[in-house]
Design a binder for this molecule. Structure first.
Ligand SMILES: *Cc1c(COP(=O)(O)O)cnc(C)c1O
Length: 374
């Protein structure tokens, strides 16, 4: 048996990620905004992290501390930012390895102070304000302000670095001029109380970029934590409808091999119960269709809904843990067993596929870049 695995393959185009990074870093810099490049969406693959760091992201950020440890040595001393509140067992490592963390609990902040004292090391904190998305952050403005004063006046090693917010996650709430202006008002109130400027006012993630395009970003916002738009670049174009000719949405392509082609009915035969994952999917009866099975599955990409077939006349019919079924009836290509079909993807697929050990990763990059790595 030829043991050299070829497929499924994830092709990652580093040149395109570099283009996205350059475009967004320039746009943000024009607006006095620094970017924290969020690397969790690609499992912190070093090749991608290097592109974000070289491309001008001021900070490297992740919700998983494991992805940040060791990065500083590799990436020119870029400051690291932990964007999920630390668990108590992480406090030691946070102080040791991470420069900045997002926080919302005084109990955790006190643990950080204690550990900092032990390690004789400072640690910077961004306090999070919940503006209605209902994930992390203080819901009460005065409680947040009291906590900033507590840090500023009582703690020796933990430093108040700024305030921030997170939107479009749990509650699907859009960043707006109004909700981010409220964050800025709070920042001004904090600044007048502590008698100095905050270093950062962090106004969200990829979904805050439309405010920049539309020139509606409050001027006091000076940091964004961006993942998707840098590394995938599909949401702004496909979900938000922006025509961004300098951005690429096909930075990552999944290629999978056909292992069966047959004409079959489209409506299952027999008494219907549950699928392999305990769900009751709906099936549309489209009569007999030509379908291909590809050797890749939910274990790799989790949901097939977010895969985007890149060739005409191909439609995703469904998937199980190790099979992806596509309708190829309308394709002009005479596909054969052993042929390869390509898919673009959204954020969730990239998140899962980059962490699947069953998918081979291949990087495409400029020769110049290649030399630098050598
Ligand atoms: C994941 C995450 C981001 C990045 O979100 P994108 O949509 O990938 O830009 C920013 N901030 C926090 C707190 C996050 O958890």
């Amino acid at each position: 048996m030829d043991t050299t695995q070829q497929y499924p393959l994830l092709e990652i185009n580093l040149n395109k990620i570099a283009d996205n990074t350059k475009y967004l870093v320039d746009l943000c810099n024009e607006n006095n905004i620094s970017i924290a490049g969020v690397i969790k969406g690609v499992n912190a693959q070093q090749e991608v992290v290097d592109v974000l760091a070289d491309g001008g992201c001021k900070y490297l950020a992740s919700s998983r501390i494991e992805q940040l440890i060791g990065l500083k040595e590799k990436n020119n001393e870029k400051e690291t930012m932990l964007i999920r509140m630390p668990m108590k067992h992480e406090v030691k490592e946070v102080v040791k390895h991470i420069d900045i963390s997002l926080n919302s609990e005084i109990k955790t902040i006190n643990l950080l102070e204690k550990e900092c004292k032990k390690q004789k090391k400072e640690h910077k904190i961004v306090l999070m304000m919940d503006l209605g998305d209902l994930r992390e952050g203080f819901f009460d403005k005065d409680e947040l302000i009291d906590t900033t004063l507590y840090i500023e006046n009582n703690l020796e090693y933990v430093k108040l670095y700024g305030i921030g917010t997170n939107l479009s996650c749990y509650g699907s709430i859009k960043p707006s001029h109004e909700n981010l202006s409220y964050l800025c008002e709070i920042a001004e109130e904090v600044e007048s109380k502590i008698g100095r400027k905050l270093d950062i006012v962090s106004g969200g993630s990829t979904t805050s970029l439309p405010l920049l395009f539309d020139k509606k970003m409050p001027s006091k916002i000076n940091n964004l934590r961006i993942g998707e738009a840098l590394i995938i670049g599909r949401d702004l174009i496909d979900y938000w409808g922006y025509d961004l000719d300098k951005m690429h949405k096909d930075t990552m392509i999944l290629k999978a091999e056909i292992i069966e082609i047959k004409e079959k009915p489209t409506y299952p035969i027999g008494e219907m119960f549950l699928d392999a994952f305990g769900n009751k999917p709906e099936y549309e009866d489209k009569g007999i269709r030509k379908r291909a099975i590809l050797a890749v599955g939910k274990q790799d990409f989790v949901n097939d809904r977010d895969l985007v077939p890149l060739e005409d006349g191909i439609e995703i019919a469904g998937s199980s843990s190790d099979h992806l079924i596509v309708d190829i009836q309308n394709s002009k290509v005479d596909y054969q067993v052993g042929d390869i079909i390509s898919f673009g993807m959204f954020y969730s697929n990239a998140l899962y596929i980059t962490s699947s050990k069953y998918v081979k990763k291949q990087y495409i990059q400029l020769e110049e870049l290649e030399k630098e790595y050598a």
